[in-house]
Design a protein around this ligand. Structure first.
Ligand SMILES: N[C@@H](CCC(=O)N[C@@H](CS)C(=O)NCC(=O)O)C(=O)O
Length: 210
């Protein structure tokens, strides 16, 4: 298998992390996304949305969308239940992450760490309000739940943790969110330091627009 990846991508980090848990070996092809390497004709064949991560199977078939890749790789493992209702609860949080977390926390962090706040000034207030809402929803839920789905660690936790534990890097205030912070610590302990977060700063092109 091959993972098309970009070092600073936390969406790709989710996949790297699950592979580390499962001991899955794979090749990596690093793409320079800010130089347009994910917007070539060949790459649009792999992902119509022109983004990483993309997992290429040994027979050449490809899966895009980080949370779809997690679901594929986690099949048959402890990280994805077999019971239909329990699976749906995992999916619920995967869709929540794609919809609510990526468009707020992840986007704000990207702009903040790559010097793009000013050029996106018109969107900042709305996205920040959205991010505060997301952090509040998670905090409220996690006051009564140790993990996101089915009271046990799963790919739902990996997916939501990927950007949420870095929300402070989007200049979002994490102080009021005790339950969320406890969950971040809990997941951080499980995740460990096998798969470090990598930063846009190592990419000289990350100041460009995507
Ligand atoms: N919803 C997608 C988002 C993927 C995404 O935004 N990937 C970024 C890196 S984190 C990317 O490759 N952007 C390049 C582009 O959109 O041109 C997922 O979960 O995989």
């Amino acid at each position: 298998m091959k993972l098309y990846d970009y070092p600073g991508s936390q969406n790709a980090w989710k996949v790297r992390q699950l592979c580390a848990h499962l001991g899955i070996e794979y090749d990596t092809e690093w793409l320079s996304i800010f130089e347009g390497e994910s917007h070539t004709d060949a790459f649009f064949e792999r992902n119509p949305a022109g983004a990483v991560p993309v997992l290429e199977l040994d027979d050449g078939r490809c899966i895009a969308e980080s949370n779809a890749i997690l679901t594929y790789l986690a099949e048959g493992s402890d990280y994805l239940p077999t019971d239909l209702y329990e699976r749906a609860k995992v999916s619920q949080w995967l869709f929540f992450e794609t919809d609510y977390v990526q468009s707020t926390i992840a986007t704000l962090r990207h702009w903040n760490l790559t010097g793009k706040n000013e050029r996106n000034q018109g969107q900042l207030d709305k996205r920040r309000a959205g991010a505060c809402g997301v952090l509040g929803y998670l905090d409220r839920y996690l006051t009564r739940n140790r993990f996101l789905a089915n009271d046990r660690y799963s790919i739902a936790d990996i997916a939501v943790y990927a950007y949420t534990h870095l929300a402070h890097e989007a200049d979002l205030d994490m102080q009021p969110h005790d339950a969320l912070n406890r969950w971040i610590d809990r997941i951080g302990t499980i995740v460990g330091d096998q798969v470090p977060v990598r930063y846009y700063a190592e990419d000289p092109y990350s100041g460009r627009d995507l």
